[in-house]
Design a protein around this ligand. Structure first.
Ligand SMILES: Nc1ncnc2c1ncn2[C@@H]1O[C@H](COP(=O)(O)OP(=O)(O)OP(=O)(O)O)[C@@H](O)[C@H]1O
Ligand SMILES: [Mg+2]
Length: 490
C-alpha cells in the first residue's frame, strides 16, 4: 500500500466551514470566549453599521506573539483532545476563524504581547485567487495604520479582531444597515445572558467589562439572585470520576412580585415559565438553558424553578459540545441524575415553603393575625393571603414588595406578647376591643377592593358573599351590609 498526502483545497474548505450554523450573536460570543480565556477584563465591541460595515472586538488580554498569532490563525490550531487550563473557554482550535468567517469575508487579527504588535489576515477573496492557504501578514510599520492599533498602543497587551466585508448580510437584506443594527441588538442581549457571571461580580473573581460602542453591557441574571423573593436552595453535587458538577436550584418569585426591570432581566413574563429548567454552564459561560431535557414536565415542579448546573471544562468529554458551543447534549445518565437531584431538592423546598409553622386556627375566618404553632413555639403571623395584602403587593414594584415584607416581618417580630399577656392578666382585656377606624374609612377600603376585583376580572359575587369571613370586616357589619346593597346587582 502506498501513501499520498491529500491537502484540502483551501478555497473550498474555507467556504464550506462558513456554514457550520453560527448566528451573528453566537459568532460574536465565540470571539469573546477567546478574550475571556486570555484573561481580558476590558472587552470592547466597536462597529459601524453604515457602509462599509465593520466590527471590531478589542480586548486587553494577554495577547499573542507573532508566532502564536500564526498558530492561532491556522484552522485547527489546537487538538480538541488537549487538556486545557481550567478557565479556558476554547476546545476545538477553530472558533476564531469559523465564527468570524461565518459572518464576513475578511478577518484580521492584531495582537500585542511583550511590547510588539503582530497582525494577520484571512481574506476569502485572496484565498480564492491564490487557491492556497495564503495568510496575509503585516509588517510592524504597516500595523500602525490599521484600525484598532490605537487600542493596542494604549494597552500593555491585547488583541483586536476585525471583521470586514459582510457578504451574507448584503445578500440577506435590502436594508443592510437596519439588519446590521438588529443583529447587534440581538448580540448584545445574547452576551448579557451567556456571560452574565463574568459581567456581574461573582465570588472574588475579576469583573469583566464588555461595551458596545462604549455602552456597557449589564449581565442578565436568569436566577434573579439579588431579588429578596428569590429562594435559593441548597447546593448539590454530582461526582463524575474525580470531577464535580455543581447544581444549585433557585425558585423564582411570582411575576406579581417582580418589577418591570426584574421582568426585563429574566427576559419577559412569558419566559418565566417557559424558560424554567436547567441552565448549564461550562466554566461559568452559559451554554444551554431553559430545558428539563424532556424528563420533567414544565409544570411538575409547580414553582418557577431554574437550576444552575456548573460543569468544568475537564468534563468536556462527557458531553457532545458543538463547535459553536451553542448546543450540547449530556449523556442520559447525567440528565437522569440531575433530574433526581432537582426533584428531591425542589420537592423538599416546597414542603419547607409551605410549612412555616402550622396554623392552629380552628374557625373558618380569614384572620389578619394567624396563631401559629412552629414546632411547639407559639407566635402570631400576619396572613399574606388576605385580599388586601394581595392587592397591595400587586400594585407595587419589587422594591416596594421587599419593603412591605420587611415591615410586616418587623411587626411580627416585635409583637408585644409579654405586654399583652401582662395587661390581659391585669383584666384589661377591653384594650383589644376598641376599633381604630370609622365607618367611612372601612367602607372606602371595601370599595377600593371592589374596584380592583372588577378591574382584574375577579369574582365580585364571591367576594361580597365571603366578606364577613375576613376578620377585619367582621368587626364592621354595617359596612358589609352597605357594600352588599350597593354592589349586589353588579
Ligand atoms: N483574544 C485572544 N487573546 C489571546 N489569544 C487568543 C485570542 N483569540 C484567540 N487566541 C489564541 O488563538 C487560539 C485559537 O483560537 P480559536 O478560537 O480558533 O480556538 P480555541 O479558542 O482554542 O478553541 P475553540 O474552537 O473551541 O474556540 C486560542 O487557543 C488562543 O491561544
Ligand atoms: Mg475560541
Amino acid at each position: 500500500m502506498k501513501e499520498k498526502i491529500v491537502v484540502p483545497y483551501a478555497p473550498v474548505l474555507v467556504e464550506s466551514t462558513r456554514s457550520i450554523g453560527y448566528s451573528f450573536e453566537t459568532a460574536v460570543a465565540d470571539i469573546i470566549d477567546n478574550s475571556i480565556s486570555a484573561d481580558a477584563t476590558d472587552i470592547r465591541v466597536c462597529f459601524m453599521s453604515s457602509e462599509p460595515q465593520w466590527l471590531r472586538i478589542e480586548d486587553d488580554g494577554r495577547g499573542m506573539t507573532e508566532a502564536e498569532l500564526e498558530t492561532a490563525m491556522r484552522y485547527g490550531s489546537r487538538s480538541p483532545g488537549d487538556a486545557r487550563s481550567k478557565d479556558d473557554l476554547g476546545r476545538f482550535g477553530l472558533g476564531l476563524k469559523t465564527a468570524s468567517l461565518s459572518q464576513c469575508r475578511k478577518l484580521s487579527v492584531m495582537s500585542k504581547r511583550d511590547g510588539r504588535v503582530a497582525a494577520a489576515c484571512w481574506d476569502l477573496d485572496y484565498i480564492s485567487q491564490t487557491g492556497e492557504w495564503s495568510l496575509q501578514l503585516w509588517s510592524e510599520d504597516e500595523v500602525k495604520n490599521l484600525p484598532g492599533y490605537p487600542f493596542l498602543e494604549a494597552h500593555e497587551s491585547g488583541t483586536v479582531v476585525l471583521w470586514q466585508n459582510f457578504d451574507r448580510l448584503q445578500q440577506e437584506s435590502a436594508n443592510v444597515q437596519a439588519t446590521f443594527d438588529e443583529k447587534i441588538d440581538l448580540a448584545r442581549k445574547h452576551i448579557a445572558l451567556v456571560f452574565h457571571r463574568f459581567l456581574n461580580i461573582e465570588g472574588g473573581r475579576a469583573h469583566v467589562s464588555i461595551t458596545f460602542n462604549g455602552d456597557p453591557v449589564k449581565g442578565l441574571d436568569p436566577f434573579l439572585t439579588r431579588h429578596p423573593a428569590t429562594q435559593p436552595l441548597a447546593d448539590q453535587v454530582l461526582r463524575i470520576k474525580d470531577e464535580v458538577i455543581s447544581v444549585k436550584p433557585y425558585i423564582l418569585p411570582f411575576a406579581s412580585k417582580l418589577s418591570p426591570k426584574d421582568i426585563q432581566s429574566i427576559g419577559g413574563t412569558d419566559d418565566l415559565r417557559q424558560h424554567q429548567g436547567f441552565y448549564i454552564y461550562r466554566n461559568r459561560r452559559l451554554i444551554v438553558w431553559g430545558t428539563w431535557f424532556r424528563l420533567i414536565r414544565q409544570n411538575e415542579l409547580g414553582k418557577l424553578a431554574r437550576v444552575r448546573v456548573d460543569i468544568p471544562n475537564s468534563l468536556d468529554f462527557i458531553w457532545e459540545l458543538d463547535i459553536k458551543k451553542s448546543t450540547a447534549s449530556l449523556p442520559s445518565f447525567i440528565k437522569k441524575n440531575l433530574v433526581d437531584i432537582v426533584r428531591n431538592a425542589v420537592g423538599r423546598s416546597e414542603k419547607v415553603y409551605r410549612y412555616r409553622g402550622r396554623n392552629i386556627q380552628k374557625d373558618t375566618l380569614t384572620h389578619i393575625w394567624e396563631p401559629i404553632d412552629k414546632r411547639g413555639a407559639f407566635h402570631y403571623r400576619i396572613n399574606r393571603k388576605t385580599p388586601i395584602y394581595d392587592m397591595l403587593t400587586g400594585c407595587m414594584d419589587g422594591k416596594g414588595v421587599f419593603l412591605l415584607e420587611s415591615f410586616v416581618k418587623m411587626l411580627e417580630d416585635s409583637f408585644p406578647y409579654a405586654d399583652v399577656y401582662y395587661h390581659l392578666a391585669q383584666n384589661e382585656a377591653d384594650i383589644c376591643r376598641s376599633k381604630s377606624m370609622d365607618f367611612d374609612e372601612v367602607y372606602k377600603i371595601a370599595e377600593q377592593m371592589v374596584q380592583q376585583i372588577r378591574a382584574g376580572g375577579g369574582d365580585l359575587f364571591q367576594f361580597l358573599k365571603t366578606l364577613e369571613q375576613i376578620d377585619f370586616f367582621v368587626n364592621y357589619p354595617e359596612v358589609i351590609t352597605k357594600i352588599r346593597e350597593r354592589y349586589e346587582d353588579d
